[in-house]
Design a protein around this ligand. Structure first.
Ligand code: NAI
Length: 362
């Protein structure tokens, strides 16, 4: 496919190569219509550069939609570093990467993603000011999973209100599939709400950790949680949790979880709708982590970031109401909300140029 057609609407794509450190990275900026493009850096052993390009283009577009729906003054971008983080990650490579991010002059702001951690962002920040997801000691927000879980809880309350008549989760059955960083925090929040919780994870250590903290949880075998009748099924592991197979087995009124790209393809959203299962769109309810790192751009304030994450209740309600009013699946309604905001505000200010870069060091 010709190069520009491959870029599928992206504003800018930057290929970064530093043979000295072994860095091979791609930074994709989908849109800066709403502000600088913020998105994490994925460090992953892609089989080839085409696979890396396809991934970064899809991820950066998704970030633009997530930011727009969350009402943030941010565009959407993402970066991938090609390599095995356990083998190839060195200080020299991360610093070389930071220097490439710096060349974009604030049009792209980076953060953690799969394969990169708070301590990596602290290293990148030694070369570049446009870095979030740093450690609290360095002025960062720290682990974004805490606010991601809080946001998912707000989205869940909103979806349950629409589907079942009240946001109250007391006594409601909630199945949390995947109890890693986000899922485990979510379980603790659900316990405080008085929900009846069932969990599952392929990692027995993760299950034991949750059981030690919240002994009353029920546990289902990996892969079988979707068969357990429930009020809310909450995918909190990897993408693609809902496909033809799981859809056929699902016995739930609401789907609301943290995982990105929960629907294997758009047809699943339509099928959920047809079956009367209310789907709270993933990028609407899991925006808490993004809100946390976005807050860091202005000097992290936990109370402010928590209050902003609380607004996910309202955003989810609005998206679900729009879906009902227009007779479209909620995932399509979320895309429409994002596209309308990008179009409306983007007319005023497209192609972000950072005249006065944010002072990340206070
Ligand atoms: P994590 O890696 O800490 O936890 C994922 C858990 O899912 C692990 O315990 C893993 O063993 C389990 N798992 C993997 N495959 C499974 C399967 N087939 N069945 C059951 N459990 C399985 O990741 P984290 O940070 O908790 O993220 C969870 C999801 O939320 C991911 O999809 C991530 O992209 C998404 N997300 C995370 C955010 C964050 O702030 N950490 C922000 C927005 C989205």
């Amino acid at each position: 496919m010709p190069v520009f057609e491959q870029l599928s609407g992206h504003e800018q794509v930057v290929f970064c190569s530093d043979p000295g450190s072994g860095l091979r990275a791609i930074i994709a900026i989908y849109s800066t219509a709403l502000g600088p493009a913020l998105g994490g850096t994925r460090f992953y052993p892609y089989p080839d550069s085409d696979a890396a390009l396809t991934d970064v283009l899809g991820l950066s577009r998704a970030m633009a939609y997530k930011s727009a729906c969350a009402g943030l003054d941010l565009g959407g971008g993402k970066a991938v570093i090609i390599g095995d983080p356990h083998v190839d990650k060195t200080e020299a490579l991360l610093r070389a990467y930071g220097r490439f991010v710096a060349t974009l002059g604030g049009r792209y702001i980076t953060a953690c993603d799969v394969g990169t951690y708070v301590e990596d962002m602290d290293i990148v920040a030694r070369e570049c000011r446009w870095v979030t997801g740093r450690s609290p000691a360095d002025g960062g927000a720290g682990d974004s999973a805490v606010l991601t879980a809080y946001g998912v809880l707000q989205g869940m309350r909103a979806a349950v209100a629409v589907a079942l008549g009240s946001p109250d989760l007391t006594g409601r059955r909630v199945s949390v599939d995947g109890v890693g960083k986000v899922g485990s925090h979510l379980v603790e929040l659900l316990r405080a709400e008085g929900a009846q919780i069932t969990i599952s994870d392929i990692d027995a250590v993760a299950v034991d950790r949750v059981r030690a903290a919240v002994p009353e949880v029920a546990v289902a075998d990996p892969g079988s949680l979707v068969d357990v009748p429930t009020d809310v099924y909450s995918p909190c592991a990897l993408g693609g949790a809902l496909d033809e197979d799981t859809l056929a087995r699902l016995d739930a009124r609401v789907v609301c979880g943290a995982a990105n790209n929960q629907l294997a393809h758009p047809g699943i959203g339509k099928a959920l709708d047809a079956r009367g299962v209310l789907y709270a769109p993933d990028y609407v309810v899991n925006a808490g982590g993004l809100i946390a790192v976005a807050d860091e751009v202005h000097g992290y304030d936990e109370a402010r970031a928590t209050a902003r994450t609380g607004r996910i209740y309202r955003t989810t309600t609005d998206v679900l109401r729009l879906a009902a009013a227009e007779g479209i699946p909620p995932a399509e309604a979320a895309d429409a909300v994002a596209e309308r905001r990008i179009a409306a505000v983007g007319r005023l200010r497209s192609l972000w140029v950072s005249a006065a870069p944010p002072a990340l060091y206070g």
